[in-house]
Design a protein around this ligand. Structure first.
Ligand code: SF4
Length: 235
């Protein structure tokens, strides 16, 4: 990686950590919002060639069939957003979709967890139904080639298939997330990254997950095998 990209990541991580340390005493949702804003701000000031053009378009959702990694505050943010925005009936359906997808994931052989296309339960009619509250990894995911994403989607067994990305854009997101994780760590809060669907399911079933997080304990169990070292099919 060139020095320029490394320097960009370090700069954003440092800014993110500093701002998150100030925001965390007001609550993890404030810190998360702060991280989102920083990433948006740092993306806007990238040179035009570092920002696009991207192949991503509304309605293209190959990536929403992969596994998503996120911190506990991001899991709570999705649920809080749904509680605030959705009707009682829509929230019930959301819970049912999450529970059904989590059950499917739990039932997969460990080595199939990454090798299976499984629609995110937040994907409704081809679009993200929690777009405003989607996790940082979903915001970071981008591609320069729709064909590469489709090829990977059609060959879920192959963990080596990737897709071309913009390095600068990826580094801004990496830095933002690293700063959030660093600040959570420093505050003595759970900074682990969890698989989105199973963590949402646990948060919906067990309100104590939030209390555990606030008490500096592990928010969620880790029901899936180690998906952190995941190759191209978890992000
Ligand atoms: S949260 Fe939204 S953007 Fe992220 S994988 Fe699910 S549907 Fe896609």
């Amino acid at each position: 990686m060139s020095d320029r990209y490394q320097a960009l990541r370090v700069k954003v991580a440092s800014l993110s950590r500093e701002r998150n340390q100030k925001a965390l005493p007001k609550g993890s949702h404030q810190a998360l919002r702060q991280t989102q804003r920083l990433i948006e701000e740092q993306t806007r000031i990238l040179p035009r060639d570092d920002r696009g053009p991207l192949a991503c378009r509304a309605g293209c959702n190959f990536c929403c069939h992969l596994r998503v990694l996120c911190t506990a505050p991001e899991v709570f943010a999705v649920i809080d957003w749904m509680r605030a925005q959705a009707s009682a009936e829509d929230f019930k359906q959301f819970r049912q979709r999450v529970a059904a997808t989590a059950e499917t994931l739990h039932g997969l052989d460990p080595d199939k967890v990454l090798r299976t296309n499984l629609a995110c339960p937040n994907l409704v009619d081809g679009h993200c139904s929690v777009y405003a509250a989607r996790p940082l990894s979903c915001r970071a995911y981008h591609s320069l080639s729709r064909e590469a994403c489709e090829t990977s989607f059609n060959a879920p067994e192959n963990l080596d298939l990737g897709h071309p990305q913009l390095t600068a854009l990826a580094k801004v997101h990496e830095g933002g997330l690293a700063g959030l994780i660093g600040a959570l760590d420093q505050a003595g809060l759970d900074s682990r990254q969890y698989e989105l669907v199973t963590a949402m399911d646990e948060a919906l079933r067990d309100p104590a997950a939030r209390t555990r997080f606030e008490n500096g304990e592990r928010a969620f169990s880790t029901p899936l095998t180690d998906i952190q070292s995941s190759g191209s099919r978890a992000f």
